[in-house]
Design a protein around this ligand. Structure first.
Ligand code: MG
Length: 246
């Protein structure tokens, strides 16, 4: 990703009547951004489906990211049975998916994410977590893996919002927790629904394609720029900070 490409993305953002001043906050999604957890989630969904005779492909679960468990189960049910799942089915199947997930090898940090967070801290940006997850295992690891970057007061999780992504509420809440507004922030998300949420909150959105979803699908979902790694996210944030400071 060259400076020219990054500045062109900034121009397009501004041409849409949006404002980006020197960012003071960077909002980060968790699954597929800070942690390489999506392959485990996808495998857990697939194992649950196989066990219950529900037809599914491993890769289809990547673009579903950000949906609630219930909504994913209903997609599968409507396709196979032509109806929504009952409350009981949702509870039982989601519990199985969670059990499969917990039995998987531990999730690793996303390659390059430490660089992206390090860049933000060097530039004096406040990092904010904006996740739809309520998964205690990963949330509990943030303090050790990303020491000091995400204090308790700057986390938006499943428990803080009434409307999940793609609703703008999670990212709006993230801005609130950072004590700033969209004109002083950037957002980083890897899923189409997450990108849509950040973009609808008016934030300059960096879509990072860390999973097997088609090239361009994050731009289509509203990302202002699409990159392929967290190392590139570091470059984008660094360039935006320098160029908006002029
Ligand atoms: Mg994600």
């Amino acid at each position: 990703m060259t400076d020219t490409e990054i500045l062109a993305a900034l121009d397009r953002y501004r041409q849409r009547g949006r404002v980006l001043n020197t960012p003071v906050a960077a909002l980060f999604d968790m699954d597929g951004v800070l942690y390489d957890s999506m392959p485990n989630h996808a495998r857990a969904w697939k194992s649950m489906c196989d066990e219950n005779g529900i037809k599914a492909e491993l890769e289809e679960f990547f673009p579903y990211e950000g949906r609630t468990g219930a909504s994913t189960i209903n997609v599968l049910f409507n396709r196979q049975y032509g109806r929504n799942a009952t409350e009981e089915e949702i509870k039982r199947l989601y519990r199985r998916k969670t059990e499969f997930f917990s039995a998987m090898p531990p999730v690793v940090m996303m390659a390059g994410a430490d660089k992206a967070i390090g860049t933000c801290l060097e530039l004096g940006l406040a990092c904010v977590l904006v996740t739809g997850s309520g998964q205690g295992t990963l949330l509990g690891r943030l303090d050790t893996d990303y020491s000091g970057a995400f204090p308790a007061g700057r986390r938006v999780t499943a428990y803080d919002v009434s409307h999940g992504k793609p609703d703008p509420e999670p990212y709006l809440k993230g801005l609130e927790k950072a004590g700033t507004d969209a004109s002083h922030a950037v957002a980083v998300d890897n899923a189409p629904l997450g990108v849509e949420s950040a973009s609808r909150a008016g934030i300059f959105t960096i879509g990072v394609r860390t999973g097997p979803i088609p090239s361009g699908s994050l731009l289509e979902a509203g990302a202002d720029i699409e990159v392929e790694s967290m190392a590139e996210v570091a470059e984008v944030i660094s360039t935006l900070s320098r160029r908006t400071a002029l």
